[in-house]
Design a protein around this ligand. Sequence first.
Ligand code: AMP
Length: 398
Amino acid sequence: MNILVLNCGSSSIKYQLLDMSETPLLLAKGLVEKIGLPMGNFTHKPEGKEKLTIEQPIADHAIGMNLILKALVDEKHGVINSLNAIKAVGHRIAHGGEYFSHSVLITDDVKKKIQACCEIAPLHNPAHLKGIETMEGLLPQIPQVAVFDTSFHQTLPEKAFIYGIPYEYYTKYHIRKYGFHGTSHKFVAEKACRILGWDITKKKIITCHLGNGASITAINGGKSVDTSMGFTPVAGLVMGTRCGDIDSGALLYICDKKELSPAEAVKLTNKESGVFGISGVSSDFRELEAAVEEGNKRAELALEVFIYNVKKYIGAYAAVLNGVDLIIFTGGIGENNIKVRQAICEELSYLGVDFDSKANQVRGEDKIISTPDSRTLLMTVTTDEELVIATDTLKLVK
Ligand code: AMP
């Protein structure tokens, strides 16, 4: 059964076509970029066939989606004979608010609720809705499923999600911590427990999703009990270009000094901050490390700040959980960056961690990186958010 997984942004569409009949098999993946700009980009990578790249204006999501569907059935670059071979579409939806604690089949009511969350996720949800509606127009007979970044964190207790502002801001405007990257945190925690032969309902786990966007989650008995991102994905750790936790007073002071509008403040904290903002070099950790090698002090500081932040959150969540059995590293940095992992893990001995620096010489694998004597285990686990979306979609359409 072929499932098309879509992640629609305001000017982009990421996709994967997976055959979920038996062991999940990737058939093709790709990216439509710069929708609505004078010149757009389309890249299609079919498995076992030649890559296709097209540069042309892509006025809207419907044109972008048409390019994808055409490429999937193309004689030279296609991977299926007809669009009838696509049995369902799974959409990544950034924000499900308090409406959704799991994935759902998309109905008019579900669309209304995703629409209602546009107000609190103006950068993401309108684009997701556009993607859903475009697919409804192009492939009306096919079921569509929504998989939310926020749903795994709907188990947070009130004491963890309420901010210290007047309560009516929660009841009136839904201002609270929601948390993101939920599909990834859930996936890696469950995968690690499967590998270890553990019963997740009896374990305390801290998952560190460290990529360009980064968040850490405390999971007790398989349920998310706290997470570092907040009302928006800008909170928590210092990230590639996002500032993470910052004193609201400092932000208001900057807005006042620089006469920033809310949209300009969003741009500053989301696109110009993080390790990129600190270093002035890059948001990419490989480029930061190269700059450190050349003696760049601000790049060194940016890495130190990032590592310090991760250690701080691990400590906080060990306290929240009153102990921890397993700490997981995932995401581009968590899975691949040996030095960053080492710098974090070397100083966790207070948690009963015995770090194995030899085992840590690993990239993109599921592996234990603590010694057999370690009371708390450390693991690298590869994440696959598209696979979660395809799996949930399959479950719901079956
Ligand atoms: P993601 O957003 O999960 O794709 O993660 C992107 C981040 O992972 C970037 O900062 C990359 O520099 C980092 N990354 C990916 N691969 C490696 C690698 N082999 N070594 C070090 N960092 C890596």
